[in-house]
Design a protein around this ligand. Sequence first.
Ligand code: HEC
Ligand code: HEC
Length: 475
Amino acid sequence: MKVGYFALLAIPFAAIAANCASNATMAQNDAGIDGGAEHPMSIASSAQRSGDPAKGYDALVNEGYVGCGMPWTAWSKVIGAAPESQRLSGRRGHSEQLAYNVTAFKTPSGVEVVSPNCLSCHAAMLQDKLVVGLGNSSQDYTSDPAANASLAMFFLTDQVEKDELNKFVSRLQAVAPYTKTETIGVNPADNVAAVLFAHRDRKTFAWSDTPLLALPPKVVVPVDVPPWWRMSKKNAMFYTAAGRGDHARIMTAASTLCVDSVEIAKSIDAYFGDVRAYVASIKPPKYPFAVDETLAAKGQRVFGNQCSRCHGTYGEAAFYPNLLLPLADVGTDPALASGAAQFAGEYVTWFNESFFGETSNLKSETGYYAPPLDGIWATAPFLHNGSVPSIAALLESKTRPTYWTRSFDSNDYNPSILGWNFTALESGQDAEQDPAKRIRIYDTTKLGYAATGHTFGDALSAEERSAVIEYLKTL
Ligand code: HEC
Ligand code: HEC
């Protein structure tokens, strides 16, 4: 049983370390039964459905797996077509002229709607190019999404269309109070899932306006969206290795804003084997700048000695150990691994007793997965909460900023530090009166936002560190 997160909220921030220690004790007590994260543990593989990556891409960018949205009639007047640079190939119908992060489809009531899709979080611009599979680290979840959508009502006259918009807006309203982050760039997806589970009957998926489970805390534990290309190596999904079994089924759970029956969930699940195959087929983008090969070769040796036991080896005889590190060993922010949001006990039980639990299950650990580092140059900021702006700062912990801001411009990348250009600030969010500036400050003193731990780079000499950084560019 993980009660950590609820307990965390009730105590001052400074007490987190103490609470974390008691969680470690809990994990230890569990260890005999389910192998809680007391020692580094290897996450076992599970059989995956076979699928066709090309069909998976087609489904990902054309199908209506979100189930509701803004009627096309209103969308075409309010928002309209997207610029060429934002569009994707292989799209059909009205989706052809839409941006990559939304899809047009028909709902069961026959209304064509437009809805955000997986790529609203799992694709991003990098140096003027759209990279599908790269986590979006500049999305703004600090404001209310329902307010804007409801304005579209003004453009509708047909009652069936109005009902569709009402459904979409009411779902956004149910989720909105639980998904507000402190800063731009971090993601509330884990809380979104918890709220959606709480409003749904686990056996029938029927929606209930009154929540059937207690809702998660309104304070969102921030998460940096991981890149999809890791899934060709990872045996479980998510930072805490919570997603076990049939990954395709777990991915369908990311689409359930308005999927209100098991029958509809089944029809979506039928093509998610292909979506999973597509996700697992994605390769990271190549580092676009020059690499000093001699320095990189030195870095490879240092990496082999200092980093490979957790992050694996790359190139021809590549090996990835699928290791999960206990909190005490990695020392990064404890909030997510202590049982936050969808990974808290009652939501885990909901999932495991539902249609999703038939072939998959959620089983979170009190620790963090050491991720594969393929394409790591492209995925700043770093750590599960996106608290560190560059690899250089990650590998020398005393240089990590306590308060920092960045431009959120996808061209503002700095190859010498492998990360975003950033400005360290003297003070945090509480001292900033201007709300527009406040949400652009990453404040590592907030709950869930700490930039502690992972001090494995500190013992390296300056030469060794720059050699490792050079090597990481080649992965
Ligand atoms: C609102 C943003 C959002 C949307 C929409 C979204 N995801 Fe995610 N996804 C996330 C976040 C955040 C995580 C990391 C959560 C964690 O590990 O705690 C994640 C994790 C994942 C992972 C696991 C990656 C890893 O390294 O463990 C996969 C696979 C995935 N999502 C697939 C999908 C698919 C497929 C869809 C569409 C059906 C989707 N996601 C929709 C935000 C989103
Ligand atoms: C004892 C195991 C261990 C060792 C040794 C280790 N790491 Fe890690 N590393 C982890 C874990 C666990 C995480 C995830 C922590 C989190 O997100 O909270 C991580 C995260 C990272 C990340 C950030 C990934 C991301 O997407 O945010 C990078 C980069 C990284 N490690 C590089 C290195 C390098 C380089 C070395 C060697 C100098 C190293 N690590 C040594 C376990 C380890």
